[in-house]
Design a protein around this ligand. Sequence first.
Ligand code: HEC
Length: 142
Amino acid sequence: MNSGAQDPMLGCIGKIALAIMVLAASCFLSTGAKAGSRDDSAQKIEEGKKLFHARCGFCHLAGGTGTIMLARRLGKDRALLEERTDLNVEYIKKITRVGINGMPPHNRIELPDSELDAIAIYVTRPASARTPAAAAGKGGAP
Ligand code: HEC
């Protein structure tokens, strides 16, 4: 009889212990992921820059069709994609997959998700990663 009454109690303690372990583990994992992502992002930005120049540069560097058409539609300040600070990752990925006006869509065979991720991270990189002066703490754009 006694053991019958203890079983549900033990089960409950077991569940609480399990919940604490899961919480502790997820805490540990999320701090680990945050610590790692800083290095990852610097690396991704570098990788994204190379990919942007290789895959988008034909149209989106100075003199490219994309640059010329964006200058016409949005003005010279927003013509060069890699200097824009008003774009977000979702928009860049969406436009790249579906295309826009004169820009052809890029599918996952031509441009895998991992490469597009890196490109979007590069284009939306923080101000501190934009100019050598800003990165060295010498200021930059106000
Ligand atoms: C064949 C030329 C071409 C290539 C390659 C190309 N683009 Fe474009 N892209 C364009 C043109 C042209 C436009 C402007 C269309 C318009 O709005 O009139 C454009 C517009 C865009 C826009 C919209 C900007 C805005 O403010 O609305 C984004 C984002 C973009 N391109 C991202 C990319 C990325 C990322 C790549 C590389 C993976 C890429 N493009 C490759 C031609 C190209």
